[in-house]
Design a protein around this ligand. Structure first.
Ligand SMILES: [Zn+2]
Length: 90
């Protein structure tokens, strides 16, 4: 997982890694490319006020898990979990 301060333009997203956006010490969003192969940017807000929002956990090796699952309701309709740094398809 890569950490970035502030924002990251979607066209600078890495192809196979999560990007954690931080601002003032607070992790506020996770961005990634859709792992189905469509490559679309996916943004997952972490801040408490966001609806929907996700929660991010890191295991002892720094592998990220996200709760709940990610479900794109338009486009490719990909539905998956991120668990310990791996994509688990539903
Ligand atoms: Zn996709």
């Amino acid at each position: 997982m890569i950490e970035v301060r502030g924002e990251l333009p979607p066209d600078q997203l890495p192809s196979r890694d999560l990007v954690l956006l931080r601002e003032g010490g607070e992790a506020w969003s996770v961005m990634m490319r859709c792992p189905c192969g469509c490559g679309r940017p996916v943004e997952l807000p972490l801040i408490r006020e966001a609806r929907p929002r996700w929660s991010l956990q890191l295991d002892g090796d720094g592998h990220p898990s996200l709760v709940p699952s990610v479900w794109r309701r338009d486009g490719c309709r990909a539905h998956y979990f991120v668990r310990r740094g791996k994509v688990v398809w539903i």
